[in-house]
Design a protein around this ligand. Sequence first.
Ligand SMILES: [Zn+2]
Ligand SMILES: [Zn+2]
Length: 186
Amino acid sequence: MHLSKFSYYSDFVVYPIVITALSAFSVAGETWLMRAHWLGAAAAGIVLWTLLEYVLHRVALHRIAYFVPLHNVHHASPLAFVGTPSWISVGSLGCGIFLPAWLCFGVNVASGLWAGVMIGYWWYGIVHHIIHHGARKPHWYLGGLRSWHLRHHYSPKSGNFGVTTTLWDNVFGTAISMHSKTVTFR
Ligand SMILES: [Zn+2]
Ligand SMILES: [Zn+2]
């Protein structure tokens, strides 16, 4: 959906604050074992985010009728301030990740997992922003991801749903090859 400039950029500030607060919760943990569990859960959360990023984009944003028009706004105007308000994304990840993990693994692991997923979401926001708004200098990581994501936008084929990693497209067979025709780069 269209966001105000303030709302669009608030992700970049709100997420580090929430992640730092959860990290402080871990440091305050009672034992080193608990802190190690928190860190392990956070690492798992980062990996889990990359899969969520792929599935949410491929299925929710490109298949589910409610979300498709919201995402089409980004495809129609890649430079517009389009996204999800921070309070909705933090709340959704809290309900979808923290609550079930809390019930299954306890509050310490749940907080680490939630923090890891939010680190992944925050990083996704930065990478996606730079892909569309950043300087087009060659870069070992971002340069490849830029042309990868622009093939998602402009190739006649459907694919390249991952933004921060090409891993899941390669696993699930939705990678668009370098040689596919692209219309224009923006
Ligand atoms: Zn898309
Ligand atoms: Zn995009």
